[in-house]
Design a protein around this ligand. Sequence first.
Ligand SMILES: [Fe+2]
Ligand SMILES: [Fe+2]
Length: 324
Amino acid sequence: MATIFDSEFVAVTTEVIRRIAGPLPFSIFIRRGENTYTKLFPKGEEVEAVRFASYETGKGVEDFFVHQDDYRQYLLYVEQVAHALFQQKSAAGEQVVAVIKEMTNLTMLDLVVKKHVDGKSIGYAMTTIKGCIDVLANDPKSLFRVFRLLSRHPYLIKHALMTSVFALLLAKAENLESEKTLTTLGLGALLHDIGMSMMTFDPEERAELAGEERREIQTHPELAKRMLDSVKSVNPEVRMIVLQHHEQPNGRGYPNGLHDKQIYYLAKIVAIADCFSALLCVRPFRDEAFTPVKAIEVMVEDRGKFDLSLLDKFSKIFVTTKAS
Ligand SMILES: [Fe+2]
Ligand SMILES: [Fe+2]
């Protein structure tokens, strides 16, 4: 855990604390001095709104903390809050942003703790992803719409965040450094599957797809591109990533059956990150979540689907990560 946290206590967002109803699943602390923290609300008790407000507005306390042993518990609570928040039409942009950023922290923690991905590299990817969320936040209506759509199923948000992490790790291995390129890539990865929210059935409930359902799923890249045409903060390169993330160099992808050189470079990166992050999760058609090394093996067996040089670089990230 030391790779993730710099101190024993982790700052949490008031947007979440304010929404806790019932007994607290974790204790909440405030900072008194450099390394001194005092428990404000103990686990099992309720947050008294008046007392909380007296600290927040009355005493001007800006930061609240949980102990790192309780951090995962807190982040799981964030997921519940997020789900409720995205259903509310009146939710403010900054609340949505705060909660989504906390969800990126949950993704990071899970990848480091459960999948043993290197914490330092993930921290770097997370900074870019939070920057991407800020780009969307410049256009709060779109941000809200995007995340409400993704929250149709918890898997979609988790998958969007994980895909962005892996796309950015591959970008680093490719020595891509321009902030503009990284933001385009991060946004493309975050948004790549928003078309899935428009399906007339819930693909997360299907272990097997009927032919018609499969055809419907294949419309999700074009649907997503059209959904994003009206979003100002999203540039044409992001839309291109979204449209092409299921194209394959062997020409067997969709929607346009493009061949190798016709596929946009950043879409090829997202295609690898997308497949890898799906393999790391349990899916309706597969009970087993693969380890990173096993996921790479599966992808190498199916290598015609991916850009070979990118796949090679991507696999090296995880071989090294495992050894370190
Ligand atoms: Fe997709
Ligand atoms: Fe995907």
